[in-house]
Ligand binder design. Structure first.
Ligand SMILES: [Mg+2]
Length: 333
């Protein structure tokens, strides 16, 4: 890649990859990522394409920390993984779950009870003892949430581990928390307003969803986890196996992990850049620094236009202010 020398010195061996997705997840058909190598190992910068420079700057901080700093101390070396089920037809669920060997917690993105109950039924046909996590991405009003949650509970009973972000507004979440028989997990409530005061999050959520790159890396995530004080689930941002390895390291380092983590999402991609692909075995993934496979990098290398687009994206983020924050971090010295 042809970065200005100051950036090129940091992002050594950078390569942009583009991997097709296998299902409609987040409405994207390719996942692009800029991979690079630092003294501590390979890292990944992969904010979603629509994210602006301000939001993407945290992802770049995470990526640089991941390449230049040793991982935090581990409290465990294998991470329990939840299956992540995209919006696929109910008849395809059994086959898709084979990507998640041994996983007994299943997370589904849901729209509403009417269109998603069959998919939950299909999961329970394969895994009668599954713990089900529903993710609404803040898509419901308070009234919608009451109606759908009543219906889910009425039909399926106590199979639910938690419901993730049923509504966006904290006030509504707080009301729901007092009314519904499910635990509530906060994702967008955390990630979309990272500079807020988190001391009252426990009043409207029971579990915090934390993601390595969107939060800004290990140091930022640990600070946030301490501030929030709730049990956490580490989840992915649909990274390649390189980014996922950092999410696994974060999960390995936190003391108050709440069950399985959402880090099996390489299954939603047509391939990985590391071999073997970072997928669960017996419901778990081991934590290790990973190096991309040359053949897989060659197979998934993005075309010149997309590579230039990613170069420009990094250059746009790399303001004087960003350079000063990196300097202050001491990671490069
Ligand atoms: Mg979520």
């Amino acid at each position: 890649m042809s970065f200005p020398s100051e950036i090129a010195a940091v992002l050594q061996n950078a390569v942009v990859v583009s991997i097709p997705t296998t299902t409609d997840f987040r409405g994207i058909s390719y996942r692009e990522a800029l991979l690079f190598e630092g003294p501590a190992g390979w890292s990944e910068f992969s904010p979603f394409l629509e994210y602006d420079a301000h939001e993407s700057a945290r992802w770049l901080m995470a990526a640089i920390e991941g390449a230049y700093r040793p991982w935090p101390e581990f409290k465990r070396s294998r991470i329990g993984i939840n299956a992540t089920l995209p919006r696929i037809p109910a008849e395809d669920v059994a086959a898709f779950l084979q990507n998640f060997a041994g996983c007994s917690t299943v997370k589904l993105k849901v729209n509403d009870f009417e269109s998603d109950a069959d998919r939950i039924e299909a999961v329970l046909d394969v895994l009668p003892d599954a713990k089900i996590r529903l993710d609404v991405n803040g898509g419901w009003s308070l009234d919608d949430a009451r109606k759908h949650i009543f219906n889910y509970h009425h039909r399926f009973g106590n199979v639910f581990d938690y419901i993730e972000q049923p509504t966006l507004a904290a006030d509504d979440l707080q009301i729901l928390k007092s009314e519904i028989p499910f635990r509530i997990a906060a994702d967008e409530s955390i990630r979309k307003e990272l500079n807020q005061d988190f001391s009252s999050l426990h009043e409207y959520a029971d579990v915090a969803i934390i993601k390595w790159a969107p939060i800004g890396g290990f140091a930022a995530a640990q600070k946030l986890i301490n501030e929030i004080g709730l049990p956490v689930v580490i989840s992915s941002a649909l990274e390649t196996g390189i980014g996922i390895s950092h999410g696994l390291a974060l999960a390995a380092s936190v003391s108050n992990l709440d069950g399985a983590c959402g880090l099996g999402t390489v299954a939603l991609l047509a391939g990985d850049v590391v071999s073997p692909a970072v997928l669960p075995i017996d419901g778990e993934i081991s934590v290790a620094r990973l190096v991309p496979d040359d053949g897989l990098l060659a197979r998934f290398t993005a075309d010149a236009d997309r590579t230039t687009w990613w170069e420009n994206r990094v250059i746009e983020i790399w303001s004087d202010e960003f350079a000063a924050v990196i300097e202050e971090s001491g990671w490069l010295s």
